[in-house]
Design a protein around this ligand. Structure first.
Ligand code: SF4
Ligand code: SF4
Length: 205
């Protein structure tokens, strides 16, 4: 499978799962970018999502699979500037009382390059969501549609992650059919990020 150009990190030499995760994110991003160009033309409307827009990060408990979890944990513990990590630590310490995604800081995603697939796929057309709006209910027609081809391409690389132990494409296709990427995975708020960031060396090993 051809992997789109993407940023490479030196830590990929150490963590084999990281390259797989980043490849699958690049496949997803490239597909969505192409789909958006088509959708904007057909709809005669632009994507509303933009920097500084974050109502979606307040409302949804984004599902986090094991590879996505590893990516978030790695980025938060090894890539963020110390002051940002410290602010996240404080946010995690009050996670039960915190409104919105634990990684939302000052109205922006602090882990943007490693944000999960659900965040990458959530795109709205025409107008930005209102603060208390859930477009699933208010205007599903303005939501970017699922694209089975892009999802399949993303999943086939994603499932190379060692956590799944799937050796062949046949195994991966069977696992996709069984919904392995969506079964029994926690939401962002169910994970004790504070504990994890404090014990990163054992999490990433
Ligand atoms: S999904 Fe809605 S709230 Fe989120 S970035 Fe797009 S327009 Fe803004
Ligand atoms: S990971 Fe980032 S983009 Fe996704 S919900 Fe959290 S803050 Fe928003």
């Amino acid at each position: 499978m051809k992997i789109p150009d993407r940023r490479h990190y030196s830590q990929e030499d150490q963590y084999s799962w990281l390259s797989i995760l980043l490849d699958s994110y690049a496949i997803c991003d490239e597909g969505i970018e192409q789909e958006i160009a088509r959708e904007e033309e057909e709809r005669g409307a632009k994507v509303a999502c933009a920097k500084g827009c974050f109502a979606c990060c307040l409302h949804y408990d984004v599902p986090v699979s094991a590879p996505e979890f590893m990516g978030l944990a790695w980025y938060a513990s090894e890539m963020l500037e110390p002051d940002v990590r410290e602010r996240l630590r404080q946010r995690f310490a009050n996670q039960a009382l915190t409104i919105g995604c634990p990684f939302l800081l000052d109205g922006a995603c602090s882990v943007y390059p490693l944000r999960p697939l659900a965040c990458r796929e959530f795109v709205i057309y025409k107008t930005p969501c209102l603060e208390d709006e859930d477009p699933y209910f208010t205007r599903p027609e303005d939501m970017h549609p699922a694209n089975p081809g892009r999802k399949l391409r993303t999943a086939l690389r994603f499932l190379d992650s060692p956590v799944y132990g799937l050796a062949t494409e046949e195994n991966k296709l069977a696992a996709i059919k069984n919904g392995v990427m969506h079964k029994n995975i926690p939401g962002m708020h169910e994970i004790e990020w504070g504990l994890i960031i404090e014990n990163m060396s054992s999490v990433l090993a």
